[in-house]
Design a protein around this ligand. Structure first.
Ligand code: SAM
Ligand code: SF4
Length: 266
């Protein structure tokens, strides 16, 4: 699929839940968020069908995100369902890594190709503070398990305030080098105010080459993270919603009054 600006759209990011087992200060309110009623959440079958239609229209790259994807029950089964769709060359997941120790091997066996694990600091106290309660050791054990399971490309997503020279970011860089993981630096953004930046070491934020569509757990397709435009697969049907999202993808984003990182998945 090509959009009006001749960008080839081949990447679908799927948020499978708004819920999370952490409360990162830059992402979620301390009290958590209101749970979406279960019937409104896309079922695994609906997600599989949307992905299959998207692949038929030219998508070959799919990422599972959230909220925290691994808090959704039976995620391994969804990975199995998606990996059996012919035409997905790159099936990835972004996770905070807290539950990765037990899920790494089953995810690999189910056909997941790649993992991005969020890690902003290697200081246990600052990790607990930033995530409002997370235990850094869980993430480090998760990363070990992912390597042992045979994931070749593990990327670390590191949120920074200003620059990759910050001490916490430097420590993550050193850890990444030791572990053979690439590090992507994401400057802390505010979707509501429209402050967004390119991702160092990644493709995010480069509007002129943006190849993404984002699907929320309620079934809304957002052509741009920094825009309120969205198209409901439930109301329009899968293919019309995909075509509308691609056809109306803005040249670049500005800000969004409705999006949140935890619902759209970053
Ligand atoms: N829970 C998973 C995780 O943290 O990896 C997946 C969802 S999370 C919303 C996806 C990515 O968005 C994470 O790497 C996180 O660091 C990033 N993120 C969240 N809020 C952000 C913000 N305000 N600015 C920049 N990145 C943010
Ligand atoms: Fe949860 Fe990820 Fe948001 Fe942190 S960044 S609160 S781990 S969804």
């Amino acid at each position: 699929m090509f959009d009006c600006f001749n960008r080839r759209i081949n990447y679908l990011r799927i948020s499978v839940t708004d819920l999370c087992n952490l409360r990162c200060r830059y992402c979620m309110p301390e009290e958590g968020i209101e749970q979406i009623p279960h019937p409104e959440i896309l079922s695994f079958e609906e997600i599989r069908d949307i992905a299959a239609v998207a692949v038929g229209l030219g998508v070959d790259k799919v990422r599972l995100t959230g909220g925290e994807p691994l808090v959704r029950r039976n995620m391994v089964h969804l990975v199995e369902m998606l990996s059996s769709i012919e035409g997905i060359n790159d099936l990835a997941m972004t996770t905070n890594g807290i539950l990765l120790e037990s899920f790494a091997q089953p995810l690999k066996d189910a056909g997941l190709h790649r993992l991005n694990v969020s890690l902003d600091t290697l200081d246990p106290d600052r990790y607990r503070q930033t995530t409002r309660g997370g235990d850094l050791r869980d993430v480090l054990r998760g990363l070990e398990a992912a390597k042992a399971a045979g994931f070749k490309t593990i990327k670390l997503n590191c949120v920074i305030t200003q620059s990759a020279d910050e001490p916490d970011a430097q420590a993550v860089a050193t850890y990444g080098r030791e572990q053979g993981c690439e590090v992507r630096y994401i400057r802390c953004m505010d979707i509501r105010n429209g402050s967004f930046w390119t991702v160092e070491g990644g493709d995010g934020g480069h509007c002129s080459t943006c190849n993404r569509l984002r699907l929320t757990s309620k079934g809304d397709l957002f052509p741009c993270l920094f825009s309120d435009l969205h198209y409901s697969v439930k109301e329009l049907g899968i293919e019309p919603a995909l075509r509308a999202a691609v056809g109306n993808k803005p040249a670049s984003g500005h800000k969004s009054e409705t999006n949140q990182f935890y619902s759209i998945g970053g």
